[in-house]
Design a protein around this ligand. Structure first.
Ligand code: HEC
Ligand code: HEC
Length: 464
């Protein structure tokens, strides 16, 4: 089994006293084995995929053949913390990827082990909602191939646009322009959403028209105003690059380079991009203890030294990544019945994955609003409804909303405060809020405190 150099402290803690379960990982030394795991069950095709490395010994091969859900299969799968930068560091070395470097990488059978993933503190609450990895196993080799494709402008018709052009690591995995800008400077009518934390998300796009991340990933390649290519030409281009061709052969077997396999690789890379613990998450971990009476904490100290030590660790972590008093007030408003942002921004990724009409893009002078989800479902109630985006790291990805029409988080809060833009399909959950100025500021502070680190990603190192 692969030794993971990126170790974190993980804990699951059930407290009889206040009836809470805490769970999570903080970056540091390992104490107990991580406890939230998700691993795909190998399908037949995937099993072949995992055993393809040409140099795999018979022994490794039989290990890898074992379905990873199997109890004895610990040797067959490697446990990793998603967010660990080594997963996205690229094939070791400098400059354009050489064929012999790709070869050596592919020959290392560890790179083909299905990964048993552990989510970071915060997102870990959603471990049971992980999407897509049963059908598209995560391996280091597949993440790495997807990384290369994500940054490769050669997938576009004129070699100028990559996925990263509109979902850039330096722009919060989105783009600071109102609309995505594709080849020849063309623009659509929607803002680029973020491409991280997709592992907890099913249907993709603002209107959910792609059923999976895999299906989404192949869309932009042949969208005339994005990458402007055809799938056939993109496949041909990728096949013509020796370093790619080799990787597809080993990772996907005889199928090699197909548009679907390009989608599978890119989706796997995107699933490896997760937001790490934010001040909000550290605060949530310690919050149940903060609510405990001094007496109860004292009894905990006496009766359960282990839990008490964990409380102290959570407290220290929360202090090291402190939420301001304003952010804490904002958090309470966000979760309150009165303001109820959590009516929609809920769960580990602070997004319900559902569609709502907030009246964005409705208003005077607009005769043809974007009808969003309605165009997909043809259901009247979906008119003007869009998928709830995540609040995680949202401070990094302005402008906001499906039309990129709101430039700051302050403007977003103002939109909610006035009860959205009225229209006949407005969500019943959207009401005038009458927020005081300091409450608005607190909500913004809270959203800023939802910022956690994303893994460092190699952007160069593409096959020659
Ligand atoms: C020209 C800019 C542009 C390029 C290039 C581009 N995207 Fe996008 N992306 C967008 C826009 C705009 C949307 C929203 C479109 C919509 O919802 O109709 C989007 C949506 C998405 C989503 C959905 C996120 C969600 O919350 O539902 C994902 C994931 C994504 N893109 C990944 C990719 C990948 C992978 C590539 C490369 C294959 C790519 N994008 C290329 C602009 C772009
Ligand atoms: C009825 C469900 C609902 C409620 C309640 C709600 N939101 Fe939203 N939120 C959404 C949807 C849907 C969008 C995208 C709407 C669009 O683009 O048309 C969104 C967008 C956002 C965005 C922009 C994110 C981005 O990436 O563009 C922020 C920030 C946000 N909401 C914060 C809040 C805050 C703060 C509250 C509470 C005051 C709140 N939301 C309440 C559903 C909701």
């Amino acid at each position: 089994m692969m030794i993971n150099p990126f170790v974190r402290r993980c804990f699951v803690l059930s407290l009889g006293v206040c009836g809470v379960t805490l769970l999570g990982c903080a970056q540091e030394k390992p104490v107990t084995p991580p406890t939230t795991k998700a691993v795909g069950k190998a399908t037949d095709a995937e099993k072949t995929e995992a055993t393809t490395p040409s140099e795999a010994t018979p022994e490794t091969t039989s290990n890898q053949m074992t379905a990873s859900a199997d109890k004895d299969a610990t040797k067959a799968s490697a446990e990793v913390f998603l967010g660990s930068p080594e997963l996205t560091a690229g094939i070791p070395g400098e400059g354009p990827l050489k064929v012999d470097q790709v070869q050596a990488w592919l020959e290392n059978s560890e790179n083909h082990l299905p990964l048993e993933i552990v989510l970071p503190l915060g997102l870990a609450v959603g471990s049971s909602q992980v999407q897509g990895i049963a059908d598209n196993l995560m391996t280091r080799a597949k993440i790495e191939l997807g990384r290369q494709l994500y940054f490769d402008t050669r997938l576009s018709a004129d070699n100028t646009v990559a996925c990263a052009s509109c979902h850039h690591p330096d722009e919060g995995y989105a783009k600071h322009t109102q609309f995505g800008v594709g080849i020849n400077g063309q623009m659509g009518g929607r803002n680029s959403p973020v491409s991280y934390n997709r592992i907890l998300s099913g249907a993709q796009f603002w209107d959910g028209r792609a059923a999976s991340l895999e299906a989404q990933a192949v869309g932009p390649i042949q969208n005339p105003i994005e990458m402007g290519n055809t799938h056939e030409k993109a496949v041909e281009t990728v096949k013509g690059i020796a370093g790619y061709e080799m990787q597809f052969k080993v990772i996907f077997g005889d199928e090699g380079v197909t548009i679907d396999n390009i989608g599978r690789a890119i989706a796997t890379f995107e699933r490896a991009i997760v937001t790490g613990p934010s001040p909000f998450d550290y605060y949530e971990a310690v919050r149940p203890f903060l609510a405990m009476k001094a007496d109860d904490l004292e009894s905990l100290k006496e009766d359960d030294a282990e839990s008490y030590a964990k409380y102290q660790a959570a407290k220290a972590a929360a202090e090291a990544h402190a939420m301001s008093a304003s952010a804490i007030r904002g958090r309470d408003l966000f979760f309150s019945e009165r303001v109820a942002c959590t009516a929609c921004h809920v769960g580990a990724n602070l997004a319900d994955e559902k569609y709502h009409n907030l009246g964005v893009g409705f208003g005077e002078g607009i005769d043809k609003p974007d009808l969003g989800r309605f165009e997909v479902s043809k259901d009247e109630k979906d008119k003007g409804a869009f998928k709830t985006p995540t609040i995680r790291n949202v401070a990094l990805s302005a402008p906001y909303m499906h039309d990129g029409g709101l430039k700051t988080l302050e403007e977003v809060v103002e939109h909610y405060n006035k009860g959205g833009n009225s229209n006949q399909w407005l969500s019943t959950k959207i009401k005038k809020l009458d927020l005081k100025p300091e409450e608005k500021a607190d909500l913004v502070e809270f959203m800023k405190a939802c910022t956690g680190e994303v893994p460092k990603v190699e952007r160069e190192r593409l096959p020659e």
